[in-house]
Ligand binder design. Structure first.
Ligand code: F6P
Length: 347
């Protein structure tokens, strides 16, 4: 089989490990040939590709980023995009595609599958908001990086008796915020799932400090919104990407400014941002990415199309891609309750 591979959307630790596992499994078990398309769907539209074999994918397991490059190009945003993509598939005699991406990239994959292109998806995003899988690869690494940062902020916050606000990624869902807040022993966590009342947050901090605490750590997901702004998100710019997403960022600074004003406590903000997407994957993500890559090739050779490999418990299963992209997976109320067990918000 001649298999095309691409990585789309934001990069994520573990992308290279998936590519390596696909190529290793496909070439040794099935004698497959692989073409890697550069920069997501853009590479298919523009016909930019590289040959992937055991030599070109050696040493990838521990490397962050993606050797193929990535982009947020949407081939369906122009009339010519999907025609050009199909022409490339035909020129390169591609039998099937392994598409490694989040909801946007896999949404395109599902559309192509409906039109007869043979496709298997691999769930990727540090945000962990893709439905149908217990975890996406990359999430665990992002949580570890955020937790390490929060651990460090504890000591400087304590030295200065400060409130520290930590902004983490999480456009639609607060998975990174909740997991890193719980792992890092943060005092307050603000997530996109629930608009926050900054006065309640300020009261909570005042209450903590009146009861003996000398400092507080507040973790805020970039997609969290204040009730005062009627769900308006804080953005970096009005630029929209190919899938209609705006460039978020800045809610941490707004929260820090308001908390200092309301409480009188000295407050600082740290924005972790793209740090969470960089660097080598954790052992957990290397294993998950490797298992996903092998499972994707197995799925193609089992005759599947339009499926996404997914983690259910400890098993890798196949689910329809359409199921995974139909709705976002947000943080459930019980987990929010657990993380707030240690610092309930006063309302
Ligand atoms: O990939 C998801 C994500 O990390 C979001 O959490 C974040 O809003 C977005 O990507 C940032 O994307 P960009 O790299 O385009 O700034």
């Amino acid at each position: 089989m001649r298999i095309g591979i691409l990585t789309g959307g934001g990069d994520c630790p573990g992308l290279n490990a998936v590519i390596r596992a696909c190529v290793r499994c496909g070439t040794t078990v099935h004698r497959d040939e692989f073409i890697g398309y550069r920069h997501g769907w853009k590479g298919l539209i523009e016909g930019e590709s590289v040959v992937l074999d055991q030599a070109t994918t050696r040493g990838l397991l521990t490397m962050g980023g993606t050797m193929l490059g990535t982009s947020r190009t949407n081939p369906f945003s122009t009339a010519q995009g999907s025609d050009a993509l199909r022409a490339t598939l035909q020129r390169d005699a591609i039998d099937a595609l392994v598409v490694i991406g989040g909801e946007d990239t896999l949404g395109v994959a599902a559309r192509l599958a409906d039109d007869g292109v043979r496709v298997v998806g691999v769930p990727k995003t540090i945000d962990n908001d893709l439905d149908g899988t217990d975890f996406t690869f990359g999430f665990h690494t992002a949580v570890q990086t955020a937790t390490d940062a929060i651990d460090r902020l504890h000591t400087t916050a304590e030295s200065h008796d400060r409130v520290m606000v930590v902004e983490v990624m999480g456009r639609h869902a607060g998975w990174i915020a909740v997991y890193s807040a719980m792992a890092g022993g943060a005092d307050i966590v603000l997530v996109p799932e629930e608009p926050f009342d900054i006065r309640a947050v300020a009261q909570m901090i005042e209450h903590r400090h009146a009861s003996g605490a000398r400092y507080s750590i507040v973790v805020v997901a970039e997609g969290a919104a204040s009730i005062a702004t009627a769900d308006d998100l804080v953005v970096q710019s009005d630029a929209i990407d190919g899938f209609g997403h705006i460039h978020l960022g800045g809610v941490g600074a707004a929260v820090a400014r308001d908390l200092e004003r309301l409480t009188g406590f000295e407050t600082r903000v740290t924005v972790l941002g793209h740090l969470l997407r960089g660097g080598t994957p954790t052992a957990y993500d290397r294993v998950l990415a490797t298992r996903f890559g092998i499972a994707a090739i197995d799925a193609l050779h089992a005759g599947e199309t339009s499926v996404m490999v997914a983690l259910h418990g400890t098993n890798i299963v196949r689910i329809p891609i359409g199921e995974a992209v139909a709705a976002l997976k947000t943080v459930e109320a019980s987990l929010l309750r657990d993380v707030r067990m240690f610092a309930p918000l006063v309302s």
